[in-house]
Design a protein around this ligand. Sequence first.
Ligand code: FES
Length: 163
Amino acid sequence: MANNNPAKNILYQKLQVVIDEKMELQNPLIEILHQAQEIFGYLPAEVQQFIADQMRIPVGSVYGTVTFYNFFSMEPRGKHVINVCTGTACYVKGASKLIQMIEEELSLNMGETTKDGQFTLTSVRCVGACSLAPIFTIGEEIFGQIDSRNKLKTILDKFNRYA
Ligand code: FES
């Protein structure tokens, strides 16, 4: 943990506590990565290296897991992460159009974060709300039947207002 930034050191100390706790589990890596992403907001190479060192596993194993699951990010994410469902029902009901509307509205591409750091756009597989297709989630909330720009704008405005 060679770091002269005290704030950052506190984050690494938190992560160390998590690692010590989770090492009791049978497969602790995914749980540790989830918590690390909560602590740091994303999983940069130095955090992956730290986890690998502490767990005494090759950093390639950590990297492989981070890149395998799309809920892990190696880039800083926006305050609000928009997960558009690209499962079958949502796809059939216009997920591609929805993605395009969001991209245009926020001036970004899939996987990117807005310049003001408010929103990141990613995709997910079916979240079990197929009857509301096409849907996206922000945090714990599911927004369904987003078939017009007005509906989309109303939702995005709400999150911008409470930014
Ligand atoms: S396919 Fe999108 S919620 Fe099921």
